[in-house]
Design a protein around this ligand. Structure first.
Ligand code: MN
Length: 465
């Protein structure tokens, strides 16, 4: 496969350097990718300097240092190559490790991009891991970071587990001994840290009537099964701590609950990835919660803290990250409350709310996703906010669920087209997408989104949502 040729090329370029600069994205995938680069290059005796960016655009380009070091762009860069060229970066100075759509450019920058080979289930951290392993086959202890990045970028979401090359990375970690794979595990966020009834109540994929969104109902449901779900000390157990026989009883009760409501049990199961060397009942214990911890660091402008944790810091950096995670959750809860109290406006094909500058733009999408399960779940939610640092721009985030996506909806396509129509830019995934548009053109933009969604439903032949 030629992706592996590209990986070899990248490893050769890197090992020929004394000093490099890694420019990476601030989400879980970007942080894991940066940590993979920093750790593996340091092991090889190469000096690494890191720069984290919320995105690569004309406003942030000045953060890319003007020196002669090789610049490794991680989880960004493929779609901004003309910016790199404008900055005067030459082919010798640039290596792009990315999984986003590549932009044609007069400069022929070396690129390792899974998307170029049709793989849309391998993230930047996955690529960074493959390069790290190419540099030194001893680096398989870092496979877990590749898994965290892949899971953080939702690569396991559609198929109920990682697939293809992303799964080969899992296997490396299993062989090394710091990844444990749980097949057909409960597909639910918080299986290592939340009491089971809380974990189930907070889950909405799949949405389980009589359990999702209501902690008391979830607890009542579990109590009826007659299982003791507390430890000897009287503390609630988390899913990961439960013995297999109890897990089986609960799983089959959940399956029955879904079937009784005429719903599919398919999304109840997922392959999950546990890190047995990490302490129990911490967000470091599984790939999904680890990714959230990194996202919290990035969204609160402390990506280096996340990177330090990826590189093994379990002291100061970890405590700082825990604090950020708590704050992150508190602000999201507040935002969720705000959305529900203020209420959304329903349009024929979606619902929307504008939150102004009340919340940081880095979390509005998360809040929207959480609010959706408490609103009309058949209509995607669109949330807008203003950027305090740039009042000319409105940021848009849009979320929906698997059910709506399987009905033919593609938010990435809808937002990209609608944003382009008003002189903005959009991107993302079918289930979650975002855009930046000029302030003042919100109404026109939303009309376009509505038209796009209508056309998508019409194409799929499902009529109306
Ligand atoms: Mn990514």
């Amino acid at each position: 496969m030629s992706l592996f040729r590209d990986i070899q090329t990248a490893a050769n370029i890197i090992t020929g350097q004394d000093e490099v600069t890694v420019i990476s994205h601030i989400d879980a995938d970007g942080i894991a990718a940066e940590a993979l680069m920093t750790e593996s290059l340091s092991r090889a005796g190469i000096v690494v300097r890191s720069v984290f960016l919320r995105q690569l655009d004309p406003l942030t380009m000045h953060k890319v240092p003007e020196d002669r070091t090789l610049k490794i762009f991680c989880d960004l860069g493929a779609g901004q190559q003309s910016l790199l060229a404008e900055k005067g970066l030459t082919e010798e100075n640039v290596l792009i490790v990315d999984h986003h759509v590549s932009q044609p450019c007069e400069r022929k920058y070396t690129q390792v991009n899974s998307l170029v080979y049709g793989s849309n289930k391998l993230s930047a951290a996955g690529l960074a891991y493959l390069i790290a392993r190419e540099i030194d086959s001893e680096n398989t202890d870092l496979a877990m970071l590749g898994v965290v990045g892949n899971v953080g970028d939702m690569m396991a979401r559609e198929e109920g587990g990682l697939t293809g090359l992303a799964h080969d990375i899992v296997e490396d970690g299993v062989l090394h001994g710091n990844i444990l794979v749980k097949r057909k595990d409960l597909n639910c966020y918080g299986t290592s840290t939340r009491p089971l009834h809380v974990c189930l109540a907070y889950n909405d994929d799949p949405f389980i009537p009589g359990i999702s969104n209501n902690i008391n109902d979830a607890l009542r449901f579990l109590k009826k099964l007659g299982l003791n779900l507390k430890s000897r000390e009287g503390r609630w157990l988390v899913w990961e701590e439960l013995p297999d026989d109890k897990k089986r009883v609960i799983m089959s009760a959940l399956v029955h609950q879904l079937i009784a409501h005429g719903l599919s049990e398919r999304r109840l199961f997922s392959e999950t990835y546990i890190f047995p060397e990490e302490p129990c009942r911490t967000p470091l214990r599984n790939a999904q919660e680890f990714a959230t911890l990194l996202n919290a660091c990035g969204r609160w402008a402390r990506p280096l803290i996340g990177s330090a944790i990826c590189q093994g810091d379990r002291g100061v950096a970890y405590r700082e990250a825990e604090r950020m995670l708590m704050n992150h959750r508190a602000v999201i809860r507040d935002l969720l409350q705000y959305i529900l109290e203020t209420g959304v406006t329903e349009l024929p094909y979606f619902q929307f709310i504008h939150v102004g500058d009340r919340y940081p733009d880095t979390i509005v999408g998360i809040g929207a996703g959480m609010a959706l399960s408490k609103l009309n779940r058949r209509k995607p939610i669109l949330i807008m906010c203003t950027l305090p640092e740039d009042p000319m721009v409105t940021k848009v985030s849009m979320r929906t669920n698997e059910q709506v996506v399987s009905g033919g909806i593609d938010l990435q396509q809808a937002l990209t087209k609608a944003a382009a129509n008003v002189g903005g830019a959009g991107g993302g995934h079918k289930i979650a997408a975002g855009a930046f548009i000029p302030s003042g053109r919100e109404q026109e933009f939303m009309d376009h989104v509505n038209l796009q969604l209508a056309a998508q439903y019409a194409k799929k032949g499902t009529g109306h949502c």
